[in-house]
Design a protein around this ligand. Structure first.
Ligand SMILES: Nc1ncnc2c1ncn2[C@@H]1O[C@H](COP(=O)(O)OP(=O)(O)O)[C@@H](O)[C@H]1O
Ligand SMILES: [Mg+2]
Length: 452
């Protein structure tokens, strides 16, 4: 998206599958390539979740139990083969794990309560223990706040502690029909791993017959897309710097987790209740292969890099495509449209041709340093492209940015959302009801969703 403020958003969400989309070969039906669905390991959080909130306090502490375990280990090895000792050792080990989980859940609960009582936005969940058998019954749905290609996102209240969260629901039927299991698992895996103030937190996932659910931190300030494409349609230099600095740190973190993001655009950047950025939508995130290469055609045309369009010929592309998209985003912030897509009437094919040509028309008012950085980010020759966070941070255009402050969320946001009451969602468009129409369960392969 991000071509023009008047562009209908959906018309620019374009995701495609199969082999490369060289100009002339338009992708089919926005489908995504089939995946082998690598099985994710059970997430750490689940251990915490299984610890009951009301467990008796007189349980042994984790260090005490660890001592017990090591004693058992010694005595059991002394009587090697003794099945009784083995059983006792096993039991002690389980008890130790339980106590540790209990301690951690207790700490998290205290933090949650403190935040709820002291923050003016205590009604927005910053932590949540879903328990091992989570279901929709545990939430009150307020309304749908977003839709995308795969999911419907609803603002929900967690009944247990009256905090609000965003619930991303993806139809299993859709995932199976588009052989998209690999993507939803990657999204879950990366969100579980991510730990950045500029990435939306994932509290947990669950599933029922028809849907898989991602329970996410609610970014109450709405999409950066809406903020950018308001009447004015552009951000000033300081506003652009603020958002781009936070987005840079979010991207850097995604890369440090070993993933390419592959869908950077203003619709996937949210503002939280204080006006800081939160990156969402990791449905296209993927780990490169051993050679550092990626091979799938996913993304939004206006932000695609030439090497991604050409990857069929070249054998793959690298994570650097995210920095290309970052350059497009920077241009969009300061001009109101992306460098290779000015008009929402342009077809994907026309956009690809412009990307491959690589000519950007900078308006006369465009800052000299900003122009230099955009040009370096959108250099077609990957070897010559600026593609590491450090040189970008040190570029003249970012001079004056205190990166230490930015990384601690201490930079002052240019806009602080005005939220009136708990569950305020006036920054989001109105959508219809959640579509729960029944699909033939037989068409859904349950094994695709193991781990949710
Ligand atoms: N954590 C969140 N808080 C608030 N709104 C969100 C959140 N996650 C998603 N949304 C809204 O829902 C829309 C679609 O979500 P997204 O994750 O991008 O789904 P898709 O993968 O289908 O594009 C977003 O553009 C945004 O408006
Ligand atoms: Mg999205």
């Amino acid at each position: 998206m991000g071509c023009s403020s008047s562009a209908p958003k959906e018309s620019y969400v374009f995701r495609y599958a199969g082999d490369a989309p060289p100009p002339g070969q338009e992708p089919k039906n926005g489908k995504i390539v089939a995946g082998s669905g690598e099985e994710p390991k059970q997430k750490e959080r689940s251990t915490q979740e299984s610890a009951k909130d009301n467990e008796p306090q007189q349980r042994k502490s984790a260090p005490q139990l660890n001592n017990a375990v090591s004693k058992m280990r010694k005595s059991s090895s002394a009587r090697a083969g003794g099945s009784k000792a083995r059983d006792r050792f096993k039991m002690a080990k389980q008890a130790s794990a339980g106590a540790e989980a209990f301690n951690m859940a207790g700490k998290a609960r205290n933090k949650r309560i403190k935040r709820k009582n002291t923050s003016p936005y205590g009604w927005i969940a910053k932590d949540m223990h879903l328990g091992p058998h989570c279901s929709m019954d545990k939430f009150d749905v307020k309304r749908v706040i977003g839709t995308g290609l795969m999911g419907t996102v609803a603002l929900c209240k967690f009944k247990k502690d009256d905090t609000w969260c965003a619930l991303k629901m993806i139809k299993k039927d859709y995932v199976c029909r588009h052989k998209d299991g690999r993507h939803v698992h990657a999204e879950r895996k990366l969100l579980n791993m991510a730990d950045s103030p500029f990435i939306c937190s994932l509290f947990g996932t669950f599933q029922d017959k028809k849907f898989i659910y991602f329970v996410l931190e609610y970014a109450a300030g709405g999409e950066l897309f809406s903020r950018l494409h308001n009447k004015k349609g552009v951000f000033g230099a300081q506003t652009s710097k603020f958002y781009l600095a936070e987005i840079l740190l979010a991207l850097k973190h995604v890369h440090a987790c070993g993933y390419a993001y592959r869908d950077l655009k203003p619709e996937n950047i949210m503002l939280d209740e204080e006006g800081h950025c939160k990156l969402i939508d990791f449905g296209f995130a993927a780990k490169p292969d051993k050679e550092g290469l990626l091979h799938t055609n996913v993304g939004t045309p206006a932000y695609l890099s030439p090497e991604q369009l050409n990857h069929k010929k070249t054998g793959g592309y690298r994570m650097y495509i995210d920095w290309w998209a970052y350059g497009c985003l920077m241009f969009e912030f300061m001009t109101g449209s992306t460098p290779f897509c000015k008009n929402f009437k342009e077809s994907s094919y026309e956009i690809y041709l412009k990307v491959l040509k690589g000519k950007i028309n900078f308006p006369g008012y465009f800052d000299k340093d900003a122009k230099d950085l955009v040009k370096q980010l959108t250099t077609a020759d990957v070897d010559k492209r600026i593609k590491d966070p450090e040189p970008i941070k040190n570029h003249a255009w970012f001079s004056g940015v205190d990166w230490q402050k930015v990384s601690h969320r201490e930079a002052v946001p240019p806009h602080v959302p005005k939220l009136k009451e708990t569950g305020d969602c006036h920054y989001f468009d109105q959508y219809g009801e959640i579509d729960t129409t029944e699909k033939e369960p037989s068409k859904i392969d349950p094994s695709v969703f193991n781990g949710f």
